[in-house]
Design a protein around this ligand. Structure first.
Ligand code: MG
Length: 343
């Protein structure tokens, strides 16, 4: 039997939002993510789980998943090609964000053990992502105007909609900026008529795309909406990770890949290529996450059309640093080993 050389530790860290963050279904001022560290030979790899109640995950469920990692597990992984399937075999009822943290920690450790940034080891030629959007949560029109003024350095905003006041909100935003907007309704428009009415208006407002206009359960209506829509539609809640991409392409133009839904960086990279083959464009998004998980997301976003990796910009107590964002809001992955962020 192989002696386990890895020390495994985890910690639940409440991430404090700079401002209360409201979307169509919830409002939060703090989000608890679970941070995993694995140490061997004086090298520590870090992983992060951002459990989301929309997908029935909590920090406690993530921790119990970490507790069940068998003795010696990490010693048996030898390359990134096998890490996804080995973690996939751990739990027959996978906790996606926990899987993500486990894989992230191993990949970070492995790249650090080679003394190389992971993006280079995985064969990427560039370390620069597309422009990332900056998210403005739901608030009163006056407060949303103030948030835009505070964020005037950003080139594109993601506006959370899906309430009774959507038009009023956009009109208020257009009083303070003419920059392009991405709109995320978070399943907030219940009927085809409502979605069409909102999109017709948004089409006159320099909007780049609409994310998840209708509930994920309304797939048939989403197909009708795509037939009609003058604006690109992006699947977020409708695309977790295992859906048939040909079907998704019938109802959407874009998929939003999030690592915490997908449970694997290696899988996310593969799905991105498969989506491109089906004619879908790809956005890489995030939950409320630190610079660590967003560095991992940025690695996938190197090959995407859109980035929405601002989670770490929304929190005031980021446990990690060193993730560079340039003046155009493109994330630049560092040349430091692993994911290149600093604990
Ligand atoms: Mg979304």
């Amino acid at each position: 039997m192989v002696m386990s050389g890895f020390k495994i530790e985890w910690e639940i860290i409440p991430l404090t939002l700079k401002e209360v963050f409201t979307i169509s279904r919830s409002s939060r001022s703090e989000v608890s993510n679970v941070f995993l560290s694995i140490t061997k030979d004086g090298i520590t790899g870090y992983g992060e789980a951002g459990p989301n109640t929309r997908y029935n995950e909590t920090p406690e469920i993530v921790v119990s998943d970490f507790e069940s990692i068998p003795y010696g597990f990490f010693d048996d992984i030898s390359s990134p090609d096998e890490v996804e399937s080995m973690i996939g075999n751990l739990n027959p009822e996978p906790v996606q964000s926990a899987k993500m943290a486990i894989e992230m920690a191993w990949l970070d450790w492995w790249a650090k053990s080679q003394g190389q940034p992971l993006w280079k080891l995985l064969g990427e030629k560039t370390s620069i992502t597309p422009v990332t959007s900056f998210t403005i949560g739901i608030d009163s029109p006056e407060k949303m105007q103030a948030k835009i003024r505070d964020a005037e350095q950003y080139p594109v905003y993601k506006i959370k909609l899906g309430t009774e006041r959507d038009r009023e909100t956009i009109e208020a935003i257009r009083e303070v900026t003419d920059k392009p907007l991405r709109v995320d309704a978070n399943e907030g428009w219940a009927t085809l008529e409502q979605a069409q009415k909102e999109i017709e208006f948004l089409d006159t407002q320099n909007v780049e795309l609409i994310e998840q206009p209708m509930p994920a359960s309304e797939f048939k209506l989403m197909k009708q909406l795509k037939e009609w829509s003058p604006l690109p539609l992006a699947a977020d809640e409708s695309f977790i990770g295992d859906e048939d991409l040909r079907q998704i392409a019938q109802a959407f133009h874009v998929i939003n890949i999030k690592l915490m839904k997908m449970g694997s960086i290696m899988k996310a990279r593969r799905v991105l290529n498969q989506a491109h083959e089906k004619g879908l464009r790809v956005m890489v998004g995030c939950m409320i996450e630190s610079s660590l998980a967003n560095a991992a997301g940025a690695l996938v976003a190197l090959n995407a059309e859109y980035a929405d990796l601002d989670g770490h910009l929304l929190i005031s107590n980021d446990p990690f640093g060193g993730l560079t964002v340039d003046e155009k809001l493109k994330i630049i992955l560092s040349d430091n080993p692993g994911f290149g962020v600093i604990n």
